[in-house]
Design a protein around this ligand. Structure first.
Ligand code: 1OR
Ligand code: 1OR
Length: 399
């Protein structure tokens, strides 16, 4: 046995490995990165040297201290179509899930094959109250909308709570991507660098999600996200995002490629740009008569009809007040879009929209709309000028 002051065997290599990774990947949060790095080291040790009785002091200590637990989980793996057969679960105690404590057993290497079926499943235990809040925050998140039920449930299992303070930078433009974030509450400004200055290009107001791009495309963070007040986020680690969301995107692309090619509005985009729209869109279904958009509401998304039909209804105005009588002014069917007007003009919804028969729509959020549909803006603006003419003819009064 070594004396108290001897350097334990393997410590130097362990710390060197960590230092090299820090220099290589330049993480923003060293402690968080250490958790990720050493968890991965521990996992590989377990996999590769399971039979070996020799222990490496520091890694073993870390294991006990952090109470990580690895176990097989047959109940989750058996009916998942083309996914993993059996995985291990990395558990972390719920009370450690406060500020960006990611438990992530991935090989923290963006170049690695995403189809690696041995990726462990990350589970952050939650109280019933936490799970309820999480489910609420995630129910309208578009990139979760096309996940199968089991995959969605795995996503929820893996998410962990992150509390933030005013002026805290959740993401800095140019950094590597660690997590994807869903907003439970709080206002967050979006900054993008232009000519050396940080320009505020938008904000999230108590809903939505961000941080998907760097994880989907292995690119540096495309924007800086800053909390404007105390807020609560739910984070999904990069490895789980890859395993569930990025894999699902490959399916989504196959499913929607042909349809998206036929949407007249998107004709002017490159194929790769259209596929990026597919990556972030959500799918929503509506029953006959269901209201999709309410006139006067604040707008945060844009729709393309995939099947079925919608009718556009406008309430006439008397002395500036909506008088309650709705008039049908247009219909949209497969391949046509609606909900662009409020996003382009930055005004409330100009009309209400209802499903006619069962209807399925592709939905794109305002940030993706602004980011990806710029090249289609001329077509939309041309059509908007026609709305104005018609509105004038009908009511003789426009905003
Ligand atoms: P990310 O992983 O790149 C920053 O990290 C996140 O900010 C990004 O994923 C998006 O989720 C989010 N351009 C790029 N990213 C944006 C934008 C944006 N808005 C939000 N994010 N634009 C602003 C659109 C309102 C385009 C700016 C030119
Ligand atoms: P939005 O974001 O304002 C309602 O939400 C959507 O209805 C609107 O975007 C358009 O996409 C869609 N006038 C106003 N909105 C219309 C109209 C319209 N048609 C479709 N929308 N007019 C009909 C023109 C054929 C003018 C009405 C007199």
């Amino acid at each position: 046995m070594m004396s108290k002051f001897e350097i334990p065997e393997g410590l130097k290599e362990l710390l060197q490995g960590y230092t090299v990774e820090v220099l290589r990947r330049r993480p923003t949060n060293l402690a968080e990165f250490a958790v990720q790095h050493f968890t991965q080291v521990l996992e590989s040790q377990r996999n590769e040297q399971a039979a070996e009785s020799q222990t490496t002091g520091p890694a073993e200590e870390e294991e006990e201290e952090d109470a990580f637990e690895t176990a097989s989980n047959p109940s989750i793996s058996d009916d998942d179509e083309d996914e993993e057969e059996e995985r291990s679960i990395v558990k972390a105690s719920a009370d450690r899930c406060s500020r960006r404590v990611a438990v992530c057993a991935e090989a923290y290497n963006p170049d690695e094959d995403e189809d690696n079926d041995t990726e462990p499943q990350v589970v952050h235990p939650k109280t019933d109250e936490q799970r309820k809040r999480l489910q609420d925050a995630c129910k309208d998140i578009l990139i979760f909308k096309t996940l199968a039920k089991e995959q969605f449930s795995e996503v929820l299992d893996a998410m962990f709570e992150v509390l933030v303070k005013p002026e805290e930078h959740i993401i800095d433009q140019g950094d590597d991507g660690d997590n994807f974030y869903v907003i439970e509450k709080g206002v967050f400004d979006i900054y993008v660098q232009k000519d050396g200055a940080n320009i505020c290009v938008g904000k999230y107001n108590n809903k939505g999600s961000f941080g998907e791009l760097a994880l989907m495309y292995n690119t540096p963070r495309a924007a800086t996200i800053v909390a404007k007040q105390d807020g609560a986020l739910w984070a999904l680690d990069r490895a789980t995002f890859h395993r569930l969301i990025v894999k699902n995107n490959a399916k989504k692309r196959r499913m929607y490629e042909a349809f998206i090619e036929c949407v007249p509005l998107l004709k002017s985009l490159e194929l790769s740009e259209r596929m990026k729209i597919v990556d972030v869109l959500g799918v929503r279904t509506f029953n006959d008569g269901e209201r999709i958009i309410t006139q006067g509401d604040k707008a945060d998304c844009f729709f393309i009809v995939e099947s079925g039909e919608v009718k556009i209804m406008i309430k006439s105005k008397k002395a500036g007040q909506l008088d309650g009588v709705e008039i049908e002014v247009a219909r949209c069917s497969r391949g046509q879009y609606f909900g662009e007007l409020a996003l382009v003009t930055n005004k409330p919804r100009a009309a209400s929209v209802y499903a006619v028969g069962d209807t399925k729509c592709l939905v794109i959020d305002i940030q993706a709309f602004e980011r990806l549909l710029g090249p289609c803006m001329d077509i939309m603006k041309r059509n908007i000028s026609q709305y104005k003419d018609q509105l004038m003819a009908l009511f003789g009064d426009i905003e």
